[in-house]
Design a binder for this molecule. Structure first.
Ligand SMILES: Cc1cc2nc3c(=O)[nH]c(=O)nc-3n(C[C@H](O)[C@H](O)[C@H](O)COP(=O)(O)OP(=O)(O)OC[C@H]3O[C@@H](n4cnc5c(N)ncnc54)[C@H](O)[C@@H]3O)c2cc1C
Length: 562
């Protein structure tokens, strides 16, 4: 199978037309005449984390809050190691982003005074089933934005250390597309599918994080030598068992407590109730033989039950269908909870590109926004939008006389050869699916997956690294028989790179700062004296070089200096 080559040029290339990518494109279009191309591996109408919709905007500055108090909350919940400057700058844009969504047509729930209805302290309720089609429709109306749906971007195009575009292939026809741009934004979301998931075989892609976000943006950056931060701060969601539906809707919506099989409320038995402690205490109760654990919903009113049915239909329909199918509901039975496998996701925790105050990465002319950008946990939908706006405005202000630069034909041919060689491979003993499962098993058993209660130690991590290296050495020999298999191949390759960086970060932080997310059994205590630092890394010639960086304060204008 051969590829045709298509070449495109634009002012700004946005890789990933999800939440952050679409919003950034809209901001550029509304504030300049710049031409934008959005390239997405799916169809932006229903792609990424928002594909199925959400029922709340989880980052909002409500009446009793300020951007400053939001920073303090995120800092407290993340044990102090966050980029305060980044959290602060996006906090200032949260409410504006929410307002913009309303203007675009997203229905917000309002009280008798016309105020948004709060779900939690920093969360407001929306009818968000159509949030993604609404964003896509707004994009559609802008003549300066072109959308390439079903184009999987594989790598950046780089000349003299500067990002000059990206290359990918169509999932609908045998075409490789090289897109040259003056500036590029990476908005490909986080990474799922790294660890063995909760559900086996046919249901293995029923996971909390979008199974289609496989960390391409991280991997492209890693391969290109971008500095990455805080991969060791993994995110593990506490979820409704089997359906993997969110628990916040119940915990915050009807203030349900967490109870064990004996009916004891267990959260208060442990330290402070941060996000990760809700998970950790559940894992501990199970290890002590007190599981299964539940959200205590038995006895809630019919009205509350009806609200929960509706809320889940908005964003995790499987949960409502499970209740209806079983002729039950949360008022008659408590809801069982469990932790998912770990993910790398900068919108919930802090893993991702190391960016400056404008969200520019350490690779010149490349920005990173949303879940793929590191340093600022708890950004959620509105935080991703706010970051999209910050990057867009910086690009408008700095693009100036930046010129399009192209690679030589020979360099491009090499990249095309690499993509197409998978169609010609005949010698692999393994399918890409087998390599994927081997990777997930290694990570589960040796790098702190579900089966080890998320714990790991140095010896295990070294075994994990060795096995991941082995998989990386054979994955290039895999055969792809169609474009879909080629996509799967690149998705696994990307995740193997992420595994390598993740393992190095887990080993580097010699303390335990966020139980479950990062629980190093060799160093079981938090060590503020030595580890109030960011663990960053740069990948070069197959080696992950760890760089420790000092904390950046709230009012600092952070620029890259080295
Ligand atoms: C299950 C779930 C529930 C959530 N619930 C809430 C909630 O209730 N409230 C809230 O505020 N936040 C919620 N969040 C968080 C929020 O949805 C995310 O933080 C946010 O949507 C991430 O935006 P993003 O633009 O970074 O990624 P996404 O919106 O996921 O966009 C990434 C895009 O990149 C594309 N892409 C990926 N790889 C490639 C590639 N190689 N080439 C081209 N395109 C590519 C994808 O197709 C996708 O369109 C939830 C997240 C999840 C997963």
């Amino acid at each position: 199978m051969g590829f045709h080559l298509k070449t495109l040029e634009t002012d700004v290339l946005i890789i990933g037309g999800g939440t952050a990518g679409c919003f950034s494109a809209l901001t550029i279009s509304e504030n300049s005449n710049l031409k934008v191309i959005i390239a997405d591996k799916a169809n932006i109408k229903r792609s990424g984390c928002l594909a199925a919709g959400v029922n709340a905007l989880n980052a909002y500055i409500s009446k009793d809050e300020t951007p400053e108090s939001f920073v303090e909350y995120v800092k407290r919940d993340s044990e102090g190691v966050i980029r305060e400057d980044l959290v602060y700058s996006l906090a200032k844009g949260l409410n504006k982003a929410a307002k913009k969504l309303e203007e675009l047509g997203l229905p917000f729930l309002k009280d008798d005074n016309g105020e948004y209805v709060q779900r939690g302290k920093r969360s407001i309720k929306i009818n968000g089933e159509n949030i993604k089609p609404i964003l896509a429709e707004a994009i559609d109306k802008n003549r300066n934005i072109s959308v390439l749906n079903y184009v999987n971007i594989v790598d950046y195009l780089i000349k003299d250390g500067v990002v000059i575009g990206a290359i990918g292939f169509s999932l609908r026809e045998n075409t490789v597309i090289q897109i040259y741009a003056k500036k590029a934004i990476c908005a490909t979301g986080g990474a799922s599918g790294i660890y063995k998931p909760n559900n086996p075989t046919f249901s293995r892609h029923k996971m909390w994080y979008s199974p289609f976000n496989t960390g391409a943006g991280y991997a492209m950056g890693i391969r290109a030598g971008a500095e990455m931060t805080s991969f060791e701060m993994r995110f593990i969601a506490l979820r409704c068992k089997d359906t993997i539906a969110p628990t916040g809707t119940i915990a915050q919506g009807i203030l349900a407590g967490q109870i064990n099989s004996k009916g004891e409320e267990y959260l208060s038995k442990y330290e402070k109730p941060t996000t990760y402690m809700r998970l950790y205490t559940t894992v501990m109760e199970n290890l002590k033989g007190n599981g299964p654990c539940f959200l205590k919903t038995e006895g809630i009113t019919n009205e509350q039950q009806g609200e929960l049915f509706k809320a889940y239909l908005n964003m995790a329909p499987a949960q409502t269908l499970k209740w209806i199918e079983g002729n039950s509901g949360p008022s008659s039975e408590n809801v069982e909870i469990e932790g998912t496998e770990p993910y790398i996701v900068g919108g919930h925790t802090a893993s991702g590109y190391w960016v400056d105050h404008n969200r520019e990465t350490t690779l010149k002319n490349l920005y990173a926004i949303g879940d793929v950008a590191g340093g600022s946990p708890k950004k959620y939908v509105t935080g991703c939008l706010a970051e999209g706006e910050i990057a867009a405005m910086s690009i408008i202000n700095t693009i100036g006389n930046t010129q399009i630069v192209r690679l030589d034909d020979s360099e491009i041919n090499e990249l095309i050869q690499y993509s197409s060689h998978f169609f010609n491979n005949t010698q692999s003993h393994y399918t890409i699916e087998e390599i994927e499962q081997a990777m997930q098993k290694v990570m589960d058993e040796y790098a702190g997956g579900i089966s080890t209660g998320y714990m790991y130690n140095t010896t295990k991590l070294r075994i994990a690294l060795h096995r991941i290296e082995e998989l990386l050495s054979i994955v290039d020999k895999v055969r792809a028989n169609c474009l879909h298999e080629l996509l799967s191949t690149f998705e696994v390759i990307d995740r193997l790179y992420i595994c390598k960086v993740l393992i190095s970060h887990l080993e580097a932080r010699k303390e335990t700062r966020w139980k479950c997310y990062q629980e190093n059994v060799d160093y079981p205590l938090k060590d503020d004296d030595n580890w109030m630092k960011y663990v960053n890394s740069v990948y070069k010639d197959g080696i992950v070089k760890i760089v420790l960086r000092e904390l950046v304060g709230r009012d600092k204008i952070y620029e890259h200096t080295n």
